[in-house]
Design a protein around this ligand. Structure first.
Ligand code: ADP
Ligand code: MG
Ligand code: MG
Length: 920
C-alpha cells in the first residue's frame, strides 16, 4: 500500500525537509518545523503522487486515499480536542497548495473550511465573537466559490461594495466622492458589523445558487474534498503553467496539498498575522525584517488594503512610525518569534522566509522556506554566514548564482535617494546612469566630448548610432526587445540600457518626447521631456526616472572581493578576457582577468587614421603596392600592441591575425569611394569593379581567416612583425611580455606550417634585438570540425589551441549566427534545443568535437595549452563543461570575468558533489 498522507503535529511528523519532491516545499518544511519542536497548527499533507495519479486516472483519487485522510483527520481532531463538522466544538481547516519548487501565489489556498450556518452559530457561541465568525464565513464562501465552484470572486464584490457604501453613509462620509477602490480604504472591512457579514453570507449563498444551480455545499466533508480537488487542479491553471515555463519547472512534478487546522489572526486585537525574513533580502544585512497586521487574516497582509507595520522596533522607527512594531505591541509573541527565527536559521543554515500568525497571544508558524534575495544580498549573506561559521567557505561559493552578479559589476542607484518612476521597459543592460537627454548619436558625441553626461534616447538604434552609444552614459529606446541592437551593443559595451519603453512618444523633429506615466495599469499623467532635461536609467530594473539620481559605484571590494578570493582559491581554470584595447584590458584586469585570450586585430583597422591605408592595401593590384600600404599600417599596429602588452604586463596575450573577409573594410558610400580613388590615383570605376570582385555569397565560409594569409601573406607578416617588434620594445623597457600568435580558421597542418615558416623567419630577424630573451608562442584556433578531427596533426605545429566556439557552433550545426534569429527562438521555445547554442555551448554535439580535439591534441603534444575564446567563455554552464574536459583557461568579455571566476570555482565543487543553490 502506498503512503499518500503524511501527518504533522504534536511534536512529530511523518515527513522531513528532505522530502520536498514528495511533500512539496511547504509540506516538507511544515513537517521539519514540527520535528524540531516549533509550534505549527497540526494537519496533514497529501503527496505529489496523489496529484499525478489523480490526473493520470481522469481526476479520480487513489482508492486508499479516503481511509488515509480519515485517519490523519482523526489524529488532528484528537490532538486539538475539536471535531471537524461538530457545531459544538468545530475544527476548521485551510487547504493549501505547495509544489516542490516555490511558485509564489500561482496556485490556490482555501481558508476557514468547514463552516456552515449551524457550525457558524456554534463557533460564535464558543468564541463569543460573532463578527469574527461571520467575517470568516463570508471569506470562506468567497474563496471556496472562486477556487472550487468557479464562481469568480468578482461576483461578490458588488454586494460587498454596497455594504461598504451603507456603512460609509452611516458615518457621514460623502460616498459620491470615492470610487470602489478608494472606498475600500475609507471603510476597511473591520468597520463592518457582525450583522453586515451575516447578511452578506446570505446574499453570497444566493449568488452561488444563481450561478451553479445548486446551493452552497453545507457538508464539511464535501467542502474538504472539493477543496483538495481544486488545489490539485490549480497545478494546471494558466498562471501556474506560465510560471513553470518561465522557470523551467517540469509539468510532471505536480503539487502537494496541505490540510492544516486553522489558527486565527483575526480573532481579536490580541491576534495578528505577518511575514518575515530572517535577514534583509534586499541588502543581506543580518537584521530581522518583517511586516505584520493586528487583527487580520493572512491574505490581508499581501492584499494591500491595509498597510502592514514593521515587525521590529528598529525598522518601525526608521520608517517614522515608532510604537507600531510587533516588538512593541506584542512583546511576548515577538520574543517567541525571535527565538524561532534564530533557530530556523541555524537549523537550515540559510536565510529563511517565514509566515506566522498570533492567535490570542499565542504564536504559530505557518510556513518557512529558504528566502529569495537580490544578488547583492546573496553575496553579503554568503560571506557573513561563512564568517559566522554557519556555513563553510565552499558552501558560500555555491550560494551565489554567477549569472546574477552581473548586476553588481555596474553602478547602481543610491538606495537612499528619492525617485519618481516615469516609465518601465526592459532591463536590457545592467547598471544605472543619469544625464541629459539627447535624441541623436552625433549630438551625444558632441556634448560628451565637451564633458557633458548624456543619455542617448532613440526610437530604436542602428549600427550608425554606435559612436553616440559609446559616448553616452546610457541608452533608452522606445522599441525593441532584449536582443535588439541597442540591448546587444549596450551589453557588449558594459553600458546601461532600458529598451522597449512603449510609453515613450518620441518626436525627433521637435526634440522632445511625451511619456505617459502609469500607476499600475492606469495612465495618470503625461510628462514632456525635452532635449537637455535630466533623466536617470536603471538598466537592471528597466526603469526610467525623472531627474538626476545619484549612483553608487560597483563594489568590487568588501564582501564581493572576499567571495571572489575564496573562488580563486578553489578554481582550477584560469580566466582570461577578450579585449582589443588597453582600456578594455585594464578593466578586465581589475575584474581579475589573468591574461587576454582573444585580441582581435580587425577592430584596429577601422580607426579613422588607418582605414584609408587598409583600403589601399586591399585594392592593390601588385605585391609592391600592397606592401607599401602595409608599411603605413605597421607602426599603428606596433603601437596598439605596445599599449596592450603594457596593460597586461606579466600576463599572456593571445593575438589573432586578421580574420574577417576583406570586403568588410571597403567603402560602400559613393563619396567615400570617390575620396579613396583620388588618394590612390585610380578611377572610381576600377574601385567599384574591385569591390564587386570581392563579393562573396557566403562570406562566413569564404575567403577569411588563415585563407587570407595563404593568398596575401603580406598582411599576416606585417601583423606578426608588429607583434614581435612591440614585444621587443616592451621587453627592453622592462615589461614582462608573453605574446601568443593565433591563426584563425585553420584546418590543415600545411596551412599552419606555411604561417609558422613566416613566424620563424620574422622571429629570427627581430628577437635578437631584445636585451633579454623574449619567447612568443604559435598556435591556432579550432573553429572547424575538420580542425577538431585532425587536431593530432595540427598539434604538431601548434603549441596551443583556442576553441573558437562561435564559429565551431556555426560550422558544426550548419547554423549561421546572423540568420538563425528567425527560427532559433522557436527551437528553444519548443524544447528542441534546451538553450540557444550560441549562448550556452551545445555540450551534446559541439562539445564532442571539443573533447576529441583536446584528446588528440594532447596525444601529439602532452603539454599543449588549451583554452576557449568564444562567447561561451562567460556562460556558467559552458564553463563547467570547459572545466570537465580539462581546458587550462576560458576567455570572456571583461564584465563577465568575475562571473567566470565564480562559475569556475563552482565547477570544481560540483565535481566534489556539491550543488548550486537557486535563491535568486
Ligand atoms: P501561498 O503559497 O500563496 O503563500 P499559503 O498556503 O501560504 O499560500 O496561504 C496563504 C496565507 O493564508 C498564509 O500566509 C497564512 O497567512 C494563511 N493561512 C494558511 N493556512 C493557515 C492556517 N492553517 N491558519 C491560519 N492562516 C493560514
Ligand atoms: Mg505562503
Ligand atoms: Mg572565428
Amino acid at each position: 500500500m502506498s503512503k499518500y498522507v503524511f501527518f504533522f503535529g504534536g511534536g512529530a511528523a511523518d515527513g522531513t525537509a528532505a522530502q520536498k519532491n514528495l511533500l512539496g516545499g511547504k509540506g516538507a518544511n511544515l513537517a521539519e518545523m514540527v520535528n524540531i519542536g516549533i509550534p505549527v497548527p497540526p494537519g496533514f499533507t497529501l503527496t505529489t503522487d496523489v496529484c499525478t495519479e489523480y490526473f493520470k486516472n481522469g481526476k479520480v483519487f487513489p482508492a486508499e486515499l479516503d481511509a488515509q485522510v480519515n485517519e490523519a483527520l482523526a489524529k488532528t481532531e484528537a490532538l486539538l480536542g475539536k471535531k471537524f463538522g461538530d457545531p459544538s466544538n468545530p475544527l476548521l481547516f485551510s487547504v493549501r497548495s505547495g509544489a516542490r519548487a516555490s511558485m509564489p501565489g500561482m496556485m490556490d489556498t482555501v481558508l476557514n473550511l468547514g463552516l456552515n450556518d449551524e457550525i457558524a452559530e456554534g463557533l460564535a457561541a464558543k468564541t463569543g465573537n460573532e463578527k469574527f465568525v461571520w467575517d470568516a464565513y463570508r471569506r470562506f464562501i468567497t474563496m471556496f466559490s472562486d477556487i472550487v465552484l468557479e464562481v469568480s470572486k468578482e461576483h461578490f464584490e458588488g454586494d460587498l461594495e454596497a455594504t461598504r457604501r451603507e456603512v460609509a453613509k452611516g458615518k457621514g462620509i460623502d460616498i459620491t466622492k470615492y470610487n470602489a477602490e478608494e472606498l475600500k480604504t475609507k471603510v476597511p472591512d473591520s468597520e463592518l458589523s457582525a450583522e453586515d457579514f451575516r447578511k452578506l453570507v446570505t446574499v453570497f449563498k444566493g449568488i452561488v445558487l444563481k450561478h451553479t444551480g445548486k446551493p452552497f455545499p453545507t457538508d464539511p466533508r464535501e467542502q474538504l474534498w472539493g477543496a483538495i480537488g481544486a488545489v490539485f487542479g490549480s497545478w494546471h491553471n494558466q498562471r501556474a503553467k506560465t510560471y513553470r515555463k518561465m522557470h523551467d519547472i517540469p509539468e510532471a512534478w505536480g503539487t502537494a496539498c496541505n490540510v492544516q487546522s486553522m489558527v486565527f489572526g483575526n480573532l481579536s486585537d490580541a491576534s495578528a498575522t505577518g511575514v518575515a525574513f530572517t535577514r534583509d533580502p534586499s541588502t543581506g544585512e543580518n537584521a530581522f525584517y518583517g511586516e505584520w497586521l493586528p487583527n487580520a487574516q493572512g491574505e490581508d497582509v499581501v492584499a494591500g488594503i491595509r498597510t502592514p507595520f514593521n515587525v521590529t522596533t528598529r525598522a518601525a522607527e526608521n520608517s517614522g512610525s515608532p510604537g507600531t512594531s510587533l516588538e512593541a505591541c506584542m512583546p511576548a509573541a515577538y520574543v517567541t518569534l525571535k527565538g524561532i527565527y534564530e533557530r530556523l536559521e541555524k537549523h537550515y543554515r540559510d536565510m529563511m522566509d517565514i509566515e506566522f500568525t498570533v492567535e490570542e497571544g499565542t504564536l504559530f508558524m505557518l510556513q518557512c522556506r529558504v528566502g529569495k534575495r537580490t544578488a547583492a544580498a546573496a553575496v553579503r549573506m554568503a560571506v557573513e554566514m561563512a564568517r559566522e561559521g554557519l556555513i563553510t567557505k565552499e558552501e558560500a561559493i555555491m550560494r551565489v548564482d554567477p549569472a546574477s552578479i552581473d548586476q553588481l559589476l555596474h553602478p547602481t542607484l543610491d538606495p537612499k535617494a528619492a525617485k519618481k518612476t516615469l516609465a518601465v521597459g526592459l532591463p536590457a543592460s545592467p547598471g544605472a546612469a543619469s544625464g541629459i537627454v539627447v535624441f541623436s548619436a552625433d549630438e551625444a558625441e558632441k556634448l560628451a566630448s565637451e564633458g557633458t553626461k548624456v543619455l542617448l534616447v532613440r526610437i530604436e538604434t542602428s549600427p550608425e548610432d554606435i559612436h553616440g552609444m559609446n559616448a553616452a552614459q546610457g541608452i533608452l529606446t522606445a522599441r525593441g526587445g532584449m536582443t535588439s541592437h541597442a540591448a546587444v551593443v549596450a551589453r557588449g559595451m558594459g553600458k546601461c540600457c532600458v529598451a522597449g519603453v512603449s510609453a515613450l512618444n518620441i518626436d525627433y523633429k521637435a526634440q522632445k518626447m511625451d511619456i505617459t506615466v502609469y500607476d499600475g495599469k492606469v495612465a495618470v499623467e503625461t510628462v514632456t521631456i525635452k532635449a537637455g532635461d535630466f533623466l536617470t536609467l536603471d538598466g537592471s530594473a528597466g526603469k526610467v526616472y525623472l531627474g538626476a539620481i545619484p549612483t553608487v559605484a560597483a563594489q568590487l571590494t568588501g564582501d564581493f572581493g572576499q567571495l571572489m578570493e575564496w573562488a580563486d582559491e578553489v578554481r582550477r581554470l584560469k580566466i582570461r578576457t577578450n579585449a582589443d584595447t588597453p582600456h578594455d584590458a585594464g578593466v578586465a584586469r581589475k575584474f581579475g582577468a589573468q591574461g587576454i585570450g582573444l585580441c582581435r586585430t580587425e577592430h584596429m583597422f577601422f580607426g579613422e587614421d588607418r582605414i584609408a591605408a587598409v583600403r589601399e592595401m586591399i585594392l592593390s593590384d601588385t605585391v609592391e603596392q600592397r606592401e607599401r600600404a602595409l608599411d603605413k599600417l605597421l607602426p599603428f599596429q606596433r603601437e596598439d600592441f605596445i599599449g596592450i602588452f603594457k596593460a597586461m604586463d606579466g600576463l599572456p596575450v593571445t593575438i589573432r591575425t586578421l580574420d574577417p573577409p576583406l570586403h568588410e573594410f571597403l567603402p560602400t558610400e559613393r563619396a567615400h569611394i570617390e575620396d579613396l580613388a583620388k588618394t590612390m590615383g585610380v578611377s572610381v570605376e576600377k574601385l567599384v569593379q574591385k569591390t564587386a570582385e570581392l563579393h562573396e555569397f557566403n562570406p562566413m565560409l569564404g575567403h577569411r581567416g588563415v585563407r587570407l594569409a595563404i593568398c596575401y601573406p603580406e598582411i599576416a607578416t606585417m601583423q606578426m612583425r608588429a607583434i614581435f617588434e612591440a614585444a621587443v620594445a616592451c621587453a627592453n623597457e622592462g615589461v614582462d611580455v608573453q605574446p601568443e600568435v593565433m591563426i584563425p580558421l585553420a584546418m590543415t597542418k600545411r596551412e599552419l606550417d606555411k604561417m609558422k615558416a613566416e613566424f620563424d623567419a620574422i622571429g629570427a630577424e627581430v628577437l635578437p634585438k631584445a636585451k633579454k630573451p623574449v619567447s612568443i608562442m604559435f598556435g591556432t584556433m579550432i573553429e572547424l570540425p575538420r580542425a577538431a578531427l585532425c587536431a593530432n596533426e595540427l598539434a604538431k605545429t601548434a603549441e596551443f589551441f583556442s576553441f573558437g566556439t562561435n564559429d565551431l557552433t556555426q560550422t558544426t550545426m550548419g547554423l549561421s549566427r546572423d540568420d538563425a534569429g528567425r527560427f532559433l527562438p522557436e527551437y528553444v521555445n519548443s524544447g528542441i534545443f534546451a538553450k540557444d547554442p550560441f549562448q550556452s555551448l551545445d555540450v551534446e554535439g559541439v562539445g564532442q568535437l571539443v573533447a576529441m580535439a583536446v584528446e588528440r591534441g594532447q596525444q601529439t603534444r602532452p603539454d599543449i595549452k588549451l583554452g576557449i575564446c568564444g562567447e561561451h567563455g562567460g556562460d556558467p554552464a559552458s564553463i563547467h563543461f570547459c572545466h570537465s574536459v580539462g581546458l587550462a583557461y576560458v576567455s570572456c568579455s571583461p564584465f563577465r570575468v568575475p562571473i567566470a571566476r565564480l562559475a569556475a570555482a563552482q565547477a570544481v565543487l560540483v565535481g566534489r558533489g556539491k550543488s548550486v543553490a537557486s535563491t535568486a
